[in-house]
Design a protein around this ligand. Structure first.
Ligand code: NIG
Ligand code: FE
Length: 425
């Protein structure tokens, strides 16, 4: 008998999302292969998975100081939210109400609302205030089963407030069980005070913001919003190349409302991921598959902006992409931190299978934010980041349509959510 610190026993399913040598699962066959163990169990030692098998196998080979009985519940890898904007100063419920009365998202932005409204509010805040708000949002994400997030700046749009936003993420995450990977999104839109002087703002991003962000190691990735009303492909190419030279790997907000060539740019620059891709055409999809860029689909944002387009998940998967899903948590287009809801929308709006959406919020999502070595699957030797749901099967995650099914969350083998509530840590 070998000794473990913790034995998790009697799970209706242990959904490992394991198998295959690559970081991602690509295409329909791999994305549908979840490697589920019925009546499963996990031995945890020093915060890592020491063994995975059936309850019988684990009980025969291991004894543990502590035992956790799942009793009718399923265990999955902790969820990874690969695209969020958690640093903002106030909600935008006013714009939501305007859109419900027929006003258009892009028209509100062009009139100085939207991202501009968020920038005006954020610039008055100190890092400590921003960090406190981010920490509360991370708490909510954790209660919904998210153990790692990609978190962007992009509502400051000045040197000081973009740096403050990234520092706020770092400060909040330093004391939090969630792992946060930071992305610099200074090129979210051209701020209002640079109206008519876009080149001057792009120069500020390239020559002042990016070098400071890189020098102070405030971000891993650099993102640009490529869209009419935001940045062109040529402008984004300049910014993302400058970021790349400083060691920041590109990500791209692409083709949210029209095919502007953002997906092809992501492929050309070997971006780690491309986000939205609601309106990407066949050429863009082929380019993404060939360059192995992970498309991060954000169906809650598509829904919340009244379904002008929805990403063609089926075509992306058939093209051989490793599709991920994320919340896009932000005050404008997706005020939800619930990845379970997003999984449900993956099935209902995008035509994905329950197996594909689980792969898309775990393994492929981890790869989309550079966390493929530590997150997104349950396998021997990896950190024990686990979610135990109050349901017998992973199918309930998309099926229960946004109900928070999370019973327990473990990070590095330690219970951080218990009975749906944050545990005292
Ligand atoms: O991912 N597309 C650009 N940025 C965000 C939303 C910005 C906002 O409206 O605040 C998004 O949808
Ligand atoms: Fe976004």
């Amino acid at each position: 008998m070998r000794s473990a610190d913790l034995l998790i026993l009697g799970a209706t399913q242990v959904v490992t999302v394991d198998g295959g040598r690559a970081t991602t699962k690509r295409g329909a066959r791999e994305m549908n292969d979840l490697r589920v163990i019925e009546d499963g169990a996990i031995a945890v030692k020093r915060g890592r998975v020491a063994a995975v098998g059936t309850t019988n196998e684990i009980l025969q080979g291991w004894h543990g100081m502590q035992r956790l009985h799942c009793r009718g519940r399923a265990v999955l890898p902790g969820f990874v939210d690969a695209h969020t904007h958690p640093v903002f100063a106030k909600p935008r419920d006013d714009e939501f109400a305007m859109r419900c009365r027929g006003e258009d998202y892009e028209a509100i932005l062009a009139a100085g609302g939207g991202i501009h409204a968020s920038a005006r509010a954020l610039r008055t805040r100190r890092v400590s205030e921003l960090a406190r708000d981010v920490a509360e949002r991370l708490d909510s994400m954790l209660r919904h089963g998210t153990v790692a997030v990609e978190a962007k700046s992009g509502y400051g749009l000045t040197l000081a407030s973009e740096m403050a936003s990234l520092r706020a993420i770092r400060r909040a995450a330093a004391r939090h069980p969630i792992t946060a990977v930071r992305t610099f999104l200074g090129a979210h839109v051209v701020p209002q005070e640079y109206a008519g002087r876009r080149k001057a703002y792009i120069d500020l991003v390239i020559h002042e913001m990016l070098p400071r962000v890189a020098k102070q190691k405030l971000a891993t990735f650099c993102d640009v919003f490529v869209e009419k009303g935001a940045f062109s492909v040529a402008e984004a190419r300049k910014i993302l190349r400058a970021g790349k030279r400083l060691g920041l790997r590109p990500k791209v907000h692409a083709d949210q409302f029209r095919d502007s060539g953002g997906a092809r740019l992501a492929a050309e620059l070997k971006a780690i991921s491309v986000e939205h891709v609601d309106a990407t055409g066949p050429a863009g999809m082929r380019a993404l598959a060939k360059a192995r860029v992970v498309p991060v689909l954000l169906p809650s944002a598509s829904l919340f902006t009244h379904l002008k387009h929805v990403p063609n998940a089926r075509a992306l998967i058939e093209a051989g992409c490793a599709v991920a899903l994320a919340t896009d948590f932000n005050p404008g287009t997706s005020p939800t931190e619930n990845l379970q809801l997003v999984a449900s929308l993956g099935c209902t709006l995008l035509g994905m299978t329950p197996e594909e959406v689980i792969t898309a919020i775990t393994r492929n999502a981890a790869a989309a934010c550079g966390l493929g070595d530590t997150h997104g699957r349950i396998a021997v030797g990896r950190p024990a980041h686990l979610v135990i749901i109050d349901a017998p099967s992973y199918v309930h995650i998309p099926y229960r349509m946004g109900t928070n099914l999370v019973h327990q969350v473990l990070v590095n083998g330690r219970v951080v959510v218990d009975g749906g509530r944050l545990a005292e840590v």
